[in-house]
Structure formats: structure tokens, C-alpha cells
Design a protein around this ligand. Sequence first.
Ligand SMILES: [Mn+2]
Length: 274
Amino acid sequence: MHPSDDIRQFRTLFLSDVHLGSKAAQADLLIDFLRVHEAETIYLVGDIFDGWRLKRSWHWPQTHNDVVQKLLRKARKGARIIYIPGNHDEVMRGFPGQHFGGIEVRVSDIHHTADGRRFLVMHGDEFDVVVRNARLIAYLGDWAYDAAIAINSVFNRVRRALGFPYWSFSSWAKLKVKNAVSFIGAFETALAEEARRQDCDGVICGHIHHAEIAERAGIQYVNTGDWVESCTAIGEREDGSFELIRWTRPVSVPTTRRRQGSVPLGVPALEEAA
Ligand SMILES: [Mn+2]
């Protein structure tokens, strides 16, 4: 169906914040993306499905299944797939080291690039409390930073026990639009700082739905973005350099189907996955 020169081969692909199970997930575009991108290793950097949303109302259309099938198929064909859970799919954090259909779960990981650099890979929600209180913590210093990280997991456990939905960084930052830029800055700083603490050259994360390749105080900061609004992924090329991929092209439906008009977008992928 696709000539092989259409396929882009990367050493590693990183993607996050797909939020399968929520109506906002752009599953059809992700299927299209996965069809023409291959990699030796694929990192799923959290919030791949949205357990919080699913708990409230079950929404799991065929296209969301197709994304899962597509990933399992890549694993069967030899791709190494590592699943780093986020806050919305945190139930998976209970299975570190487990394999599901060839997909390995890890709470966080160190990725070694082709050019020998070490990258901390984590979702990033671990730093929500740090980000929200960035100014206070900067004032109080190192101990406050460590305390904030410890408080973060307790804070979310309490919220969960009380039945509150998980606090969402991106919607919260959007509500405070005027300050969104400084919140993103605080997030980047917190993640870069953690990479430094773990003796890494950089960090690869998700969570804030804002894709970026940047440098923060000598640490490379890489954010995979999301598949809710921006449809982005990060690719590591064979030489170890990173590329931000924005997937904007329309879903490719075979011409015979296109002529029929309103064909569900999941159908071609389903056939391919079968
Ligand atoms: Mn998240």
C-alpha cells in the first residue's frame, strides 16, 4: 500500500500524551503516523491512555484499538517498545519490568543516544508540585525542592482517594494563560534539574502537551508534545540527533475508499493490522 521510500526509519521514536479513551485523542492521525514511521526502539512517554477519563465514561472506538494493535504489531516485528506511564495511565506504574505483548513497562529510563549521550526519560508529572510552587521553592532552596517532589506523590494519592479527577497540567496552564509561558519554563527547569541530578546530558518527557527541543542551562530538554492537539513526536536519527516531527498531513485513505465518501477512518488500518 505504501512504497518503502515513504517510510521514515529512525533509531528511536518518542511519543506521549495520546489520551486513548478520551474523545480528544487524535487516534486516526497517530495510526497514519505509525504507518510510515519505523524505529528500532519506541518509547511511549506516558498518558498513552486516559484511565481517569475512562473511569468516568467508557469511550473506546475502533481507532483507539487500532493504535494499540499497530504498536503490538511493531513489537512483534522486532521493535523494542518501552512504556513509561504518566499520571493519566498511572495504573501501569504498578507493573515495572512487566511485559505486555512485547511492550516493557518502566517507571523511568535512561536512554543512550547513538552519539553516546545519556537521556533521562520520564513523563514529568512527578514535578507538578514543584512547577506550581516554583517561585516559593526558588526562594526556600534545595530542601523545599526535595520536599515538593515528595509531597507531589502524596498529594495525588490523596486526591485519588477522595475521588477527585487527576489534576491536569495543560488545562491548568491554559486557565492561567497569562502565566502559561512561565509555567512551561518552570516545568522545563524542574525536568532539566532532575536530569542533572541523575547525571544525564538531557531529559525526554511529555505531560505539558508542548513539544520542544531546547537547551536549559547546559541540559538538553526534549518534550514529545501530544496527540490531542498538536500531533507531535520526537525522532532520534541514526547519528543521535533529535528531530521534532509535527504530523499534520491528512489521513491517507485508499482512493477506492475515498470515493465512497464517509468511510470510518479506522477501517484501512484495521485491515492492515489483521
Ligand atoms: Mn500527564
